[in-house]
Design a protein around this ligand. Sequence first.
Ligand code: ATP
Length: 610
Amino acid sequence: MSVNISADKGAIPAFIQESWQRCISKGLQPSMMDKEDMLGAFELAEYHDRYAELLYHSSPILKEVYHSINGLESILLLAAPEGYIIETVGDPAFIRHANNVSLRKGANWLEESKGTNAIGTAIVEKNPVLIHGSQHFHQDNHFLTCAASPIYHPDGHLLGVLNLSSHQQNYHPFSISLVQRVADSIKQSLLLSHTQKREKNLYFIYDSYPDPLITLDKEGKVTDLNSAASHVIGTSEKQVSNIVSGTDPLVLERRVSIKGQEFLVQTLGKNMEHQSSVIVRLKKQKLIDRLTTNRYQFNDIISNDPQMNQIISIAKRASALDISLLITGESGTGKELFAQSIHGYSLRSDKPFIAINCSAIPENLLESELFGYEKGAFTGAKNGGHKGKFEAADGGTLFLDEIGDMPLQAQASLLRVLQERCVTRVGGHASIPIDVRVIAATNKDLQKEMEAGEFRADLFFRLCGLSLKLPNLRSRKDLLLLAEYILADLPYKSEHTELTVEAKTFVLEYSWPGNFRELQNVLGQAAFLADNGPITRDMLVALCPVSSIKNEEGANADREPRNFQEQETKLIRNALERTSGNISNAAKQLDIGRNTLYRKMKKYGINFQK
Ligand SMILES: Nc1ncnc2c1ncn2[C@@H]1O[C@H](COP(=O)(O)OP(=O)(O)OP(=O)(O)O)[C@@H](O)[C@H]1O
C-alpha cells in the first residue's frame, strides 16, 4: 500500500494522517513489518510485577466486560505505557487471528513497531482513538478494527492502555465509548483503593498521634477519640464530653485541667471531608518552664517597618557580642522571638536555649528552678538533687522572661550569680562555674519598678548590657503585610481568604493591645468564620473589643467612619501620612495601583502636601 495522504485527506481524520506521517518519517513501510519487538517470558513477568496494581484492578473488570461482549469475536488487551501487551481476554477463535499479527501478550504495539494502531496512537494522542481497517499503517493489520483508551493513574500519569480489537466487519460504533468507560472504571477502582489507603493512613496518624485528639460533630457531640485521648481521659463518654463541652470552633485555644495536668485545648479546624466536624487537640502544658529548643531565627521575624528593621539589625550585631540583653515591649510584640533569634545568630547557637518564665513559678520554687538544689534541700526535693536552669543552659543562652515579676530575694541571688558567674545549688555549698548568656525580657516599665523599690537597680544594669525596645503593633507601618503573612500561613485558608478594603481599614485603625499574638488570633478566627470567603470588617469588629479602636484624629475620631467613602478616605489619608505622601509607597500599602490611588484622591478631594 502506498500511503497517499493528500488523496485520502477528506475521509481520514487528521490524527491518523499525522500518525502516518510519523510512521513514514521513521522509515516504516506499509507492506513490510519490522523485526518483532517481543518480551521474553522473564521480561513479561517483570512487566507483570511493575504493573501489578493496574493488573489487579483491571483483571476482574476485563473479565466482566468480556463476559458481556462474548460472541462478538473480539479481544480485550491491556498494554503498558511502553506499548507492550501485558494482559489479554478474548474469543479463542479470534485470538488465533490476532496471534498471526502478534496481537498477543509480550508484543510491542507502539507506533514505532507496528505503525498506526489503536494502542500506539492512543499513547501518542493521550486520548481514546478508533483505528479502523485500512487506517492501520501496516497492510497486515487492515483486517482489524480497534478502539483504545489510555488509563490514567489517580495522580495523573499514564498507567496503561485498554484496547478492544475485532474483525473489521464486526465494527461497532459503541467500541470507542466502551473502552473509554472501561478505562474509567479501572481508574475509579484505583482511586477508591487510593482513597481507602489514604483514609487508613490518616486514621493511623490520627490514632497514633502523641497528643490526645477528639473529634466532635456539628452539635459538639464526641464522635471519635484517638488512643492518646482514651489513655489520658479514659473512654467514658461523659468524661470526654465534659472536657470538650463548650468547645467553640471559633475559640482556637483554651485551657483545661485533667487529673491535675494542664492541657491547652486547641481547635484544629474543620475536617474538610466531613464539612461540619471539628478536631480538638489537647496539648500538654509545662507549667514551670519551657525547655525550648531554639525554634526561631531572624528570618522568621516579619517586618517591613523601619523601626522594627532597625532593631533587627541592632539585634543581629548584638548577637555576636556576648553581652547581656534586656528586651522590653508590650505582651506579644515578639520578645521571645527576638531572644531565640539572637541565640540562633550567636556563637552559642549549637548550645542550649533555655527559657524560663519568672512570673509563672511560685516564689518559693524560683531559686531552686534557676540554680538547682541538692538532695534533701526542702520537702519534696528529689533524692538525687536537681540541676537548675543556669546549669542546663551552660554554654548557651538563658532567657529570663517576665523578669519584672521576679521577687526581690530571687533578684539578689540572680545578681550574685551574674557577678560571680557561678551557681550554688539550694541546700548545697559547692560553687559551680557557669558560662551562660542571659537575655531578659519584660513588658513592665523597669524604671518605674526601680523607683517603686520593686526592682533592683544593680540587677537592672547587669541585665541591660544593651536594651531593645520592641514597638507595639499599632505603631508599626507594616500592619497589612503582617496580616497578609498571617493569613497566608493559615492551614485552613483558601484563595479567597483575604481582607476586604473595609477590613483593611479596621486592621489599620484598631489598637491591637495584644499585638502580634492578638492579630494572629483574630485573623485566624475570622478566616474560620469567613469559611473560605473574604474577611469582612464586621467579622473583625465582632472579634475585637470596640473600646480599642484607635483614636487618632481628635474629636472627630470618636466616631466610626459613617460609610464606605469615609472609610476609604481615611484609609488613603492614613497611608499617605505613613509614607509622607509618597504615592507609590502609599499605593503599595493599600494594595492598589498608583493610577487608582490618584483617581480616588481626586474623587475624595484628598490633596496631600508632603
Ligand atoms: N514580627 C513578627 N513576625 C513573626 N511573628 C511574630 C512577630 N512578632 C510576634 N510574632 C509572633 O507572635 C507571638 C508572640 O511573640 P512572643 O512570644 O515572642 O511575644 P512576647 O513579646 O514574648 O510576648 P509575652 O510578653 O506575652 O511573652 C509568637 O508566636 C511570635 O512568633
